[in-house]
Write a protein that binds this ligand. Structure first.
Ligand SMILES: [Zn+2]
Length: 79
């Protein structure tokens, strides 16, 4: 069983990116849960901290795997 990922638009910068729908950090905008890309999380955190808010900590696997570590081993076993 592999992880599943969604493809969407960052609510902050408008960039398209791949993310895990249940793990990605998000902002509630007009009642909708909108995903935030990693670059924006890094930008938002100092602002949140300065305003006395807790920093956003992305969960492990919140973003597309392999993009930084280069792990493209998708093996299918058992059949
Ligand atoms: Zn963004």
């Amino acid at each position: 069983m592999g992880a599943y990922f969604a493809f969407g638009r960052c609510i902050c910068c408008g960039r398209h990116f791949t993310f895990h729908p249940e793990r990605v950090p998000s902002l509630i905008v007009e009642g909708e849960r909108e995903p935030v890309c990693r670059a924006c999380v890094d930008k938002i955190n100092p602002v949140r901290k300065a305003n006395g808010l807790t920093e956003i900590v992305p969960l492990p696997g919140a973003y597309e795997p392999g993009s930084e570590e280069g792990d493209f081993s998708f093996s299918e076993e058992g059949e």
